[in-house]
Every structure is written in C-alpha cells, then in structure tokens.
Design a protein around this ligand. Structure first.
Ligand code: CTP
Length: 485
C-alpha cells in the first residue's frame, strides 16, 4: 500500500476527523484558489496532529508546492477586508489572520545542513521534501486541499499509527533530525510530557548522544520549551527525561546539583531532586500559575550549598535565604523576566519554611501577623507551596502537617480580619513624626516608625492611628525627644 494514504483506506477516526475539520469555510477558499492557480496545497503539522487528538487549535500551517507568499496574497485578496496579511520575506512565509484563525502559509521546502553551520541551505521542494525536514512523525501528517484530491490524508511516516501508539519518533534518522536542529531534543521531551507519549528508543539514544549540542540553541527557545514542560499536567515526567538524556546539566545545572543522596555515619538525607519534582507535581494539581510552579522548582535550590553534617544528622540551614539570592542569577541566565514575577518567586523561596515552623509550634497571633505582613497578598500562594512541600511517605506525619496547616489558614483569616496587617502601612507617617517632635529627617524617624510596626506585629498595640500615635509619643520621650502639643 502506498504511504500516501487515500482517505478511503484510512481508519474511521481519520475519516470522521477530516470531514469535521474541512467544514471551516477557510478550507473552501484555499481549495478554490489552489484550483485557480493550479497548485498543490496542504494543511500540515501541529494543526492536523492536535485536531486528531481532539485538541482543536487556531493556528493552521499551510504548505504550498510553489510560492507561499504569492499564494497568501491571492487568498488575502479573495477575503479582503475580513483578514489581515503579514509577510515575512526573510523567512519566505506569510501570516493571515482570518476570523479566529491564524494561517501560516509557506512554500514547500527542502532543507540541507552542513556540519559546520546551523543555518540550513533552503531550496524549493516537494511535499515529501517538506515532510522529511520536520521533527516528528506526528507533526508530518498533511491533508490535501486541492479539489482534485480534497481531503486525501498524506502520511508517509505513519504519523497516525504513532499517534495511536503514543510514540514520539523522528521521520528520518534521529541523529540527523536532532543534529539539524538540537532544539528538537527539548521538543521531543516537551511533547512526551504534554501528550503523555513515550519517546522511541533510538530517538532517546540520539538525544543522549548529542545532548551537549543544546548549547548552540538560544536560551529563549530553550526556556520556551521548558515552560511548556512546566505547564504540563505532570511536569516531573519531563524533568526526569531531561535528566535521563543528559540535557538537564546543560540547561539547568543548579537543578542537576540537587540530585543524589549522601550517607554519612549511616545517616542519609532525601534526594532533593526527586523531592522537588514531587513538590512540583503536587503544586501543579492546584495551580496553573507558572511562577508558583517555578517557586516549587526553586524552593530548595539553595540546599546543595548549605548542606552540613553533624552528629545530629544532615542540615540545610539558611537554604531558604541562599535560594532567594540565587533566583536572579538563574532567571538572568535562562532569560526569564527580571520583574515582579521574579520577585514573587524570590519571596516564595525565602518564606517557604515559615508556615511549617508556624505549624510545628503553638500558632501565636504575633507569628501569624508577621507572616501576613511579609507575604502580603501572596500568602495564599505561600500556603499552597507549603502544602505541596509535604512529601513524607509517613501518612501520619502528612495528616498532622495538613491538619496544622488548616489551623494556620484559619488563624491567618482571623488575624487578618482583626488586624488588617496584610499590605500593612504604619498608621503614623514619617512626616508626622518629624512634625510632632520638630526634628529634621534623620535615622531616628525610621527607628520610631520601625518600633511602631514591631509593636503592632507583636500585638502590643492595635493597628490604628490612636494607639500608634500614643506609642510614638512614648517612644519619642524614651529617646529624649521633646513633644510640643
Ligand atoms: N518544526 C520542526 N522543528 C522545530 C520546530 C517546528 O520540524 N524545531 C515543525 C513541526 O512539523 C511542527 C511545525 O514545524 O509541527 C510547526 O511548529 P510549531 O508551531 O512550533 O509547533 P507545533 O507542532 O504547532 O506545536 P506547538 O504549537 O505545541 O508548539
């Protein structure tokens, strides 16, 4: 049987899918122009894959055996006024926004790579050439849009079978496909994680043998894929594959360093890499906030450099503060944004032990007030991180911690309602201190302000103007300042 499968030979799933999928008016328009221009035109790649998986997407890749830009201009003229055309001459591609869809139109191309350059030599090619240059069999499937063969399913590499068997496999020799564009090593792992597929054995071997080539890929493209892994339902799958193939140590050495268990005097500590992955999977069940997921990844990142052994066992004192300091360096290197999102991650890393410490002791109002004051509006996120951080195999321990966290959450609510210390602003300003004691702006103003804040957090005074003002007078007097009524 030909590898160019006519629909009548295909399984029913493809037939049903193609019928459904070709209903969109845009395909009739493309088909009409293809006929007028006597061109072979196909829809290909991610859209076909995702539609077969029942995940309809709005991005449609169209391949024309001919000039893609000219063809796009013809389509655009046909639907003028209802669409927006953008042309990227350097890449030989065009984009049309039409209704809720984005069509990317490109001429079929043949790519060949030389060993000394990452830039391919690009020539016009056939559909088969275009399919050969793609990354995975599940991304090579095409559907003919020309009226003479409308709806024919073109699957030379058995992409449909791999989709059913849940396999990520390269169309050509994986050594070649990955060497041509090493980002595809990350993409293989990303698709495996997102789709819950397996990477076939020889593709895995090829990734392992050339993992160091990831170094030639830009950080932006790498982190794009990494973020997609992180946003998957079970991100640990991707991180374990990154580790198994050797990619992890190149793209994220700090995380690689979390691996392993050291045993001294018969005492071992937990494997912080596996623990971190558990925390990440746990938190992913409760949040789609990518930065909270990043906080889970980085919460123990300071552990390798704070690890100490004593008679009492292993300790990681100060790993929270060190971790917080490490975050900007990691974000900078990975080209993650150096903005409020990074600050949020830093705050989570720094504070991640606090609710646990709270839950171990008697939960006092003042400790809760301090936590609320430091975490501000992020206190809910912090609690989510801390709950995810409970990974003990001892069910009793887990139960105890979760019960204590319930108490902490309850207390947080009560104290916040009573004292409003979240996003707390001292009720007495620096200007008022200056005016009241008739002093110039100086260190002492800051000291008084700080004492007021501490008194409120300790519960010595209430968080209101009257009590804060009275406390300020007393504090000023204690420091030898004159108060002129
Ligand atoms: N492609 C490739 N090699 C890459 C990137 C992309 O061969 N490094 C091909 C694949 O055939 C892919 C198509 O280009 O299907 C479009 O790429 P892209 O839009 O990045 O990915 P999708 O497969 O559409 O998937 P997603 O939208 O999930 O990224």
């Amino acid at each position: 049987m030909s590898t160019y499968v006519n629909l009548s030979y295909c399984n029913t799933k493809v037939v049903v899918f193609v019928k459904e999928f070709l209903k969109h008016p845009v395909f009739n328009i493309i088909s009409e122009i293809a006929s007028l221009e006597k061109l072979q035109v196909y829809v290909i790649g991610g859209f076909v894959r995702d539609a077969l998986l029942g995940r309809p997407s709005k991005d449609i890749d169209v391949v024309v055996v001919g000039n893609g830009i000219t063809f796009a201009e013809k389509i655009n003229n046909h639907i003028k006024g209802k669409s927006k055309l953008s042309i990227f001459k350097n890449f030989g591609t065009a984009m049309i926004k039409f209704q809720d869809l984005e069509l990317e139109i490109v001429g079929a191309r043949k790519e060949s790579y030389r060993s000394n350059s990452r830039k391919p030599i690009v020539e016009d090619g056939t559909l088969q050439d275009d399919q050969n240059r793609r990354d995975f069999t599940i991304n090579t499937m095409a559907i003919n849009l020309h009226p003479d063969a409308y709806g024919d399913f073109v699957d030379p590499f058995g992409g449909i079978t791999d989709l059913e068997r849940k396999i990520i496999r390269t169309p050509l020799d994986p050594e070649v496909t990955f060497s041509d564009d090493p980002l595809r090593m990350m993409r293989a792992i990303r698709f495996a994680t997102q789709l819950k597929f397996k990477i076939d054995v020889i593709s895995m071997e090829a990734i392992s043998s050339q993992c160091d080539r990831i170094k030639i890929i830009s950080k932006e493209r790498i982190v794009d894929e990494l973020n997609k892994i992180i946003m998957a339902e079970k991100p640990s799958v991707g991180f374990k594959l990154l580790d198994k193939t050797g990619l992890l140590k190149f793209i994220f050495p700090e995380m690689d360093k979390l691996k392993g268990v050291e045993i001294l005097g018969g005492k071992g500590h937990k494997d912080n890499f596996l623990h971190t992955l558990k925390v990440l999977d746990n938190i992913s069940k409760h949040t789609n906030d990518i930065w909270l997921r990043w906080a889970a990844i980085l919460h123990d990142i300071g552990k390798p450099d704070t690890k100490r052994f004593s008679e009492a066992g292993w300790t990681f004192h100060g790993h929270d503060a060190l971790g917080e300091k490490m975050v900007p360096g990691i974000f900078r290197r990975l080209k993650l944004p150096l903005n409020q999102k990074m600050k949020f991650v830093q705050k989570m890393v720094l504070l991640h032990l606090r609710p646990i410490v709270l839950a171990q002791d008697v939960v006092t109002d003042s400790a809760v007030r301090r936590l609320l004051n430091e975490a501000g509006d992020d206190v809910e996120s912090l609690m989510t991180l801390c709950e995810a951080d409970i990974t003990s195999k001892n069910d009793e321990k887990v139960k105890k911690y979760l019960a204590n966290f319930k108490i902490v959450r309850q207390k947080l609510k009560e104290v916040e309602e009573k004292d409003a210390v979240r996003n707390f602003q001292p009720p007495v300003s620096g200007e008022l201190i200056i005016e009241t004691f008739n002093i110039p702006p100086s260190k002492i103003v800051g000291d008084i302000k700080n004492s007021i804040k501490e008194a409120i957090l300790d519960g010595k005074i209430q968080n209101n103007y009257e009590e804060a003002f009275q406390f300020m007078i007393e504090e000023g007097r204690r420091l030898g300042l004159n108060y002129n009524k």
